[in-house]
Design a binder for this molecule. Structure first.
Ligand code: ADP
Ligand code: GLC
Length: 505
């Protein structure tokens, strides 16, 4: 037996899998990304943090992921080969290699599915033409490896459309195999992405029976099929990442064409709000910061972090300036056209602006342009940079999240944990996690606006600036209040556990 630390009871010397001798249940997480191996956004954070929160509740968890080429060697080198087999996939019986590479970290087992044909590309997502076959393969292989490993979970917990076919394979090809006794949950992290393609293309790659390609399951219109739609129909339960988004997606404005499908399935739909891993995001122990801090030292140390950030990014070093941060994928979802529309008013002589992100060239170029004309006041860091993200969360005074829609959003949670005041639009999880500042009761965690309108965003920014520059005592109170707010996974992990136990029966 391997010498590993058993996080469940502090005993060393036994495998994590052996250690949970009487786990309350077993759950397989199936998804397309997971920090620290591969992350493009919040899904990667959740796939990392929620399993860690669940093992503290004595749930045994395995996380199943594709072994993408982009996973750094420092992780690949630690993987152990667990076996391989050939798996049939397509309607013409075409078979593919399935390798299993495994590692364990802090009690969570990670099983990577190895297949160079599908996963040897640069990034996880390379366009639907490749992604559809890739995630058909991944969904089926995920169930096949659980049978192969003879580790049969009570629940397969599938994340987003990339794992959307799992419930369908479970109830068809795998129904009479050991894994067939598992129940399935599909969590919607972002309904905008669904895996849509021609019906014949999906029939070929899934090898699934014709009767599934009708309107209640896969069919989208005369020509197209929708992978996620099918998975949602066949899942035993559907969750999404906030209560508000669970309601919103049942309306045409947020349903991305699936609002009536989701309303029909609403008896098995609920929202459970995301948390963050409070060890990963801990300003007091964060080695990436110039000056780590806790709630007692935040006011003094934030100034130091701000100066270090200004220096690093070539901004004027002046801690009397208010620093607004934005850390985001640069896409339409994130409300960046509103930021663009009010940019001239954002830069008022007392405010600096820092954006960290990549995405649509239209936004990348707009922010580069603003940096060019406001040197020393605006920084557009157009890249993905985990370390700089930490430094912005710590060094900024406020963080903008003006999203068009936001299933949950993690950046506002991280900001609060780092004593940075969120300025958000009241949608999805932003509405559920940021209580608006009330200047008469001195309550609240941030500044909010409701309708998707640039003037309302500007009003919210101006309200934040007024408090910051004219009533610092109450601003500072909010900073401390935010740092003390519970943004951990603990509560939500218990809600998932209730759901697992209910499904397990
Ligand atoms: P989404 O999943 O829609 O992108 P979330 O708010 O749920 O949005 O999660 C975003 C996550 O990705 C956060 O952990 C945030 O810090 C991180 N992130 C986003 N853009 C960058 C970037 N350019 N560099 C580093 N981290 C980033
Ligand atoms: C998605 C959503 C985001 C959410 C994240 C994790 O990418 O856009 O709102 O926080 O998934 O659930």
């Amino acid at each position: 037996m391997a010498e590993k630390k058993n996080v469940l009871d502090g005993v060393t010397g036994i495998d994590a899998a052996d250690s949970a001798q009487n786990p309350v249940c077993r759950v397989a997480f199936i998804g397309s990304e997971c920090y620290p191996f591969v992350k493009t956004g919040g899904l990667g954070d959740v796939m990392y943090a929620l399993p860690r929160a669940l093992i503290r509740e004595n749930v045994e968890v395995r996380v199943i992921l594709p072994l993408y080429r982009c996973i750094p060697d420092k992780y690949r080198d630690k993987l152990t080969y667990k076996g391989s087999f050939m798996m049939d996939l397509c309607s013409d019986g075409r078979t593919f290699y399935v390798g299993i590479m495994e590692t364990e970290k802090d009690g969570v087992i990670y099983d990577f599915i190895d297949n160079r044909e599908f996963f040897d590309w640069g990034n996880p997502y390379t366009g639907l033409w490749e992604d559809i076959p890739k995630y058909c393969y991944f969904s089926k292989a995920s169930l096949a490896i659980l049978n192969y490993l003879e580790w049969i979970p009570d629940v397969v917990h599938c994340h987003d459309w990339q794992a959307g076919l799992v419930p369908l394979y479970l109830r068809t090809r795998f129904n009479d195999t050991p894994i067939g006794r598992a129940k399935s949950i599909v969590t919607i992290h972002n309904l905008r992405f669904q895996g849509i393609c021609g019906i014949e293309h999906l029939k070929y790659w899934t090898g699934l029976p014709d009767y599934l390609f009708d309107y209640p399951v896969f069919k989208r219109n005369e020509d197209e099929a929708n992978m996620f739609k099918g998975g949602l129909a066949y899942a035993d339960w559907i969750t999404t990442v906030s209560a508000t988004y669970a309601q919103e997606i049942q309306t045409p404005a947020f349903g991305e064409g699936l609002d009536s499908h989701l309303s029909y399935h609403s008896p098995k739909l609920c929202g459970i709000v995301n948390g963050i891993d409070v060890e990963q995001w801990d300003s007091a122990a964060d080695k990436l910061l110039a000056a780590p801090y806790d709630v007692g030292s935040v006011l003094e140390k934030k100034r130091e972090n701000k100066r270090a950030l200004q220096e690093k990014l070539g901004l004027e070093q002046d801690d009397s300036k208010m620093v607004l941060g934005l850390i985001s994928r640069l896409t339409d979802q994130k409300g960046l056209d509103l930021v663009d529309a009010i940019f001239p008013q954002l830069i008022d002589g007392n405010t600096q602006f820092v954006v960290l992100g990549t995405g649509d060239s239209r936004y990348e170029n707009a922010f580069r342009y603003y940096e060019g004309i406001h040197k020393g006041t605006v920084c557009a860091f157009i890249s993905y940079n985990e370390g700089l993200a930490h430094q912005i969360y710590a060094g900024a005074d406020a963080l903008l999240v003006p999203s068009l829609f936001e299933p949950c959003g993690l950046t506002q949670l991280i900001a609060m944990r780092y004593g940075t005041i969120p300025i958000v639009r009241e949608t999805g999880g932003l509405k559920d996690t940021v209580q608006p500042y009330d200047g008469s009761a001195f309550t609240g965690n941030g500044f909010t606006f409701d309708h998707y309108n640039a003037n309302l965003l500007l009003d919210a920014v101006n309200a934040a600036r007024t408090l910051y520059f004219t009533d610092r005592v109450h601003w500072d109170d909010m900073v401390r209040r935010d740092m003390e707010k519970d943004v951990s996974w603990e509560n939500s992990a218990l809600q998932y556990l209730d759901l697992y136990l209910k499904l397990k029966g």
